[in-house]
Ligand binder design. Structure first.
Ligand SMILES: [Zn+2]
Length: 467
């Protein structure tokens, strides 16, 4: 490029640049030196998050809420958190119903006999051991099912189709999750024999996705299952041949009252016990099909590793409280129990990691309105990790929802969800789906957030490293 041409281009660009005069920009904000050091150290060297996720998924495996496996997970958690040197490690128990999965299967009886891959949705009603047989009636959406007269589905097996696509922010889940959450109740109230849905997933593996649903409005439980995405598409093609389609469905499961779950709590005690608390968490329970690696061993691992990095540096002014919530998957029972016990305490922030282990790409926080200085510091501390601020964000996280509803300021560190619903609630939710490099970026983001909001870390006042 000639100098003349460059000069012309610069002159042409000048009016646009003038609109963003540096005189009008806000003063620069820098994260503290210690925040940067802790962030960079965890980004390069963190091993705690991997150790926790690997240990929990290997030594406990699946951790279905209120089962013996979830109880073993709590014991594992207490041992791990104590071993890492955290204070006040304890379990806060609560009771809840236990739902467990039994035999399951789906077969097309006619016109083209064949087996389909299916799994029961959580809290599904049970078929008899020998199963049930009924004609399939197709709905392209939940709304169409809602609109039809009862006679259209009475005694039949409802099938709801939909097309959820992958998105970075996971925004399809709210809308496309509705067939799972409300479909069974609506089908039951209309007198259906059973309901099967296309899995709420974005993959084309032959893995059905489970997930919770509840029968409300007086609906009696009916068998409710999810077909894998390829099997749902197969069923659509069979239906398109125009002949009546009959399915034999077996979904045997059990629900009993009086089960036990609990939240596991640990702390990094602050120098000022009266200062509002930094609450971070994830959930300890998982669905029973995989080993709950991305949902949500990685979440508890990330926030715990971040707190560990602060603790190893020194004592923060504010107490950091880590909660590994129990029974999130059946509907946030641990979060509700926690808020009931601790809702009146004062919080400086409440945040949860529960969207896999891929990198954090965006954050948002109520502090934008209530503490713009802290928000600017967070923005500056997170930007070098490639994290943008989202001024229009909302509170997220089932576990901290009740505490936030009670007045705790919220923060959301949004993970990239493009791959999340390929594996969510399937047998494929296993350790190999966690990318160690992206996991460390998560830890670095949470460490930086805690460092910014810690109220200052007094280096030298270290807690013993026990491992
Ligand atoms: Zn989860």
């Amino acid at each position: 490029m000639t100098r003349t041409l460059l000069a012309v281009l610069l002159l042409t660009a000048a009016p646009a640049l003038a609109q963003q005069s540096i005189a009008t920009l806000p003063p620069p904000v820098f994260p503290g030196i210690l925040t940067v050091a802790l962030r960079e150290d965890s980004l390069a060297h963190d091993h705690w998050a991997w150790d926790i996720a690997e240990g929990l998924t290997t030594e406990v495996g699946q951790r279905l809420a209120a089962t013996e496996a979830e109880a073993r997970a709590r014991e594992w958690a207490v041992q791990e958190l104590t071993g890492m040197g955290f204070a006040n490690v304890h379990v806060e128990p609560f009771t809840m119903p236990v739902w467990t999965r039994g035999a399951e299967g789906a077969e097309i009886v006619s016109p083209f006999p064949q087996k389909l891959a299916i799994t029961a949705l959580g809290y599904s009603g049970s078929t008899p051991p020998q199963g049930v047989t009924g004609e399939i009636v197709y709905f392209e959406s939940l709304d169409v099912l809602r609109a039809v007269p009862d006679s259209a589905v009475k005694g039949k097996i409802v099938f709801i189709d939909h097309h959820m696509m992958p998105t970075q922010d996971g925004s399809g889940y709210g809308q496309f999750g509705a067939p799972r959450r409300q479909g069974p109740t609506i089908a039951s109230l209309k007198g259906a024999l059973a309901i099967v849905i296309r899995s709420i997933g974005t993959d084309h593996h032959r893995n059905p996705h489970t997930g919770v649903q509840y029968f409300t409005d007086g609906a009696s439980p009916i068998p409710a299952g999810a077909l894998s995405v390829p099997d749902a598409e197969q069923l659509v093609r069979i239906l398109q041949r125009g002949k009546p389609v009959v399915m034999h469905l077996t979904l045997v499961n059990q629900k009993t009252e009086g089960g036990h779950s609990g939240n596991v709590i640990a702390e990094v005690p602050g120098r000022d016990p009266k200062a509002p608390i930094l609450l971070v968490g994830g959930h300890l329970d998982s669905w029973d099909l995989g080993t709950g690696a991305i949902d949500d061993a990685s979440g508890v691992a990330i926030v715990t590793a971040a707190a560990k990095h602060i603790m190893d540096e020194g004592r923060p002014l504010r107490t950091i409280r880590i909660v590994w919530f129990g029974a999130e998957e059946p509907g946030g029972l641990g979060g509700a129990a926690y808020a009931k016990a601790h809702g009146t305490e004062r919080y400086a922030i409440a945040g949860e990691s529960d969207f896999g282990a891929d990198r954090v790409w965006r954050f948002s926080s109520q502090l934008m309105k209530t503490d713009p200085t802290a928000y600017a510091q967070l923005t500056a501390a997170l930007a070098p990790l490639g994290i943008t601020k989202n001024d229009k964000g909302e509170a997220e996280g089932t576990d901290v929802e009740a505490t936030i509803a009670g007045g705790a300021p919220w923060i959301s560190l949004n993970q990239d969800g493009t791959r999340y619903f390929d594996w969510h609630h399937t047998p494929d939710d296993t350790l190999d789906k966690i990318d160690p490099v992206q996991l460390r970026q998560n830890v670095a983001a949470w460490t930086a957030m805690l460092a910014v909001l810690s109220g200052g870390i007094e280096s030298g006042a270290k807690q013993p490293k026990r491992r």
